[in-house]
Design a protein around this ligand. Sequence first.
Ligand code: ZN
Length: 574
Amino acid sequence: MLKKLIYLLLFSFLLFQCKTEEKSKQISSENYADIINEEFTGDLAFETTSFVEKYWRVVGNTGFNKSIYKIAEKLEKAGYVLEENATEKDVLTYRIEKRPLKKPTWESVDATLKIEGEIEPLLQHSTNRNMIALNSYSTPKEGISAEVIYIEDIKNINKINVKGKIVFAETSPYRIYKSAIVEGKAVGIITYNNPSYLQPEKNTTSIQFRSIPHDSINKPWGIALSYQAKERLKNSLEKGKTTLNVKIETNIYPSEELTIVADIKGTENPKERLVFSAHIQEPGANDNATGVGVALEMASLTAKFINQKQFQPKRTLTFLWGDEIVSTRRYVQEDSIRAKDIKWGISLDMVGEDTEKTGGTFLIEKMPDPSAIWTRGNDKHSEWGGSKMSLEQMKPHYLNDFLINKFKAQGKRANWIVSTNPFEGGSDHVPFLRENIPSVLFWHFTDQFYHTDNDRIDKVSKTTLKNVGTTALISGYILLNADENTAKNIISDLEKSAIERLNEELKQSKIAINNGDSLATQIEIITAWNDWYQKSLSTTKDMVSDENSIKIDIEKSQKTIDSISVKIIEKLKI
Ligand SMILES: [Zn+2]
């Protein structure tokens, strides 16, 4: 009996010990960076990226759906409960939303392209999985043999008889689909138009994926060439009549659209939320198996912290994986009550590049700020490109500088290059911004393998996955638990960023005036930046329950920035 009692005492002592030890591991704003840097290994992110990148993902197809169920399996393992089985007490939940697809889904199976009379195929699907244009139908099993007609100037295509022939042009297949297939009755289309930022003369085997419209009547097919294949085909045409044998096998079938959503319920303001989104579709490893993987490790690690009672978010953290823009747009539109309380949305898209191989730099694409109107100095658009914005399109908010500061800190810590670009669009941050929800994009560019069949796992770096995931989580936790103190820190950081920006713009304006630009334009630019920061400072109110608690801080910083911009304008007038 006594022995048992001693054991029991010892046991409870140990239990107590354990509890106090757990308490000491509590994570808070003081140690987010240290603990997350230690715990976010990049292993799960990399493993998931490797799984997803094996497939050419299109919404509804095998690879897309396998990716969804892979995410679900890992979420379950981390402790997430399927929503329909969850109780009020469950903090970690997930759901898979299913919707019918209007158009059938598509997947490629196999393809070979041969010049008749030559042994070596021009292209093979096994080495160039982007060769078949998306939505292409299969050819008969034995393939189609037809003469190739090269269209030098696509404006003339209607004047040429292409019936029963294969049309070859250096343009996108979409542009000639109607004239070649629908009107001209060609048997198929072959195109080449890799942009120069892919360095096609160096990366001669890359094919950037292309698509044609889905057309169940004409059942068309299209093939995109690599630089090497394009040169070989042109050589053959120079020698004389060229006949090609084309074998394509694809699957086109009705399917459903899946979206997976994981929620970590906030303890104090569960309706307010931060959303991270990562699109699944597209064929690449970096684009965007990496985003899928990083988001999954972020969700799993957060679950671990919660299960070990180390961390409790006050607001809700949501992860969304689905069809790019489609899923996010629906998420912010279909439920107006939910949408009202989405405080921040962040898109993870191409977040794991081995930059030595791809050439891309990690970029934070900022919410629209005046650098998207007057792009100068250190501000630069990517090769993806952006169009000049207007003052009415500006979205002043603290989120830009807050995230830039956090990522620059990680850059210093991990010896990692972090840069920014003015707003361009084209990913999951767009639907958020359209609904006036603060949102940025984490990505990489210029990637010389972007959208090509050379964007594979060998171009992915686990270190980059770790850097992006770690910093996204550090920033996320700060926002989720933001209070008066957080707001005050952000106000003071914003003031610093504003002063830095205004001084940089003064420098740029002096250069511009020296180059003959008008003073009026320079005053407009300085005024726009001043205005942007005045308004950004006010947005910090969304972190506190009582706006009066930070009113003085905001006004003080606003006055400082205003007086600096007045002085700068005076200096420019001299
Ligand atoms: Zn993408």
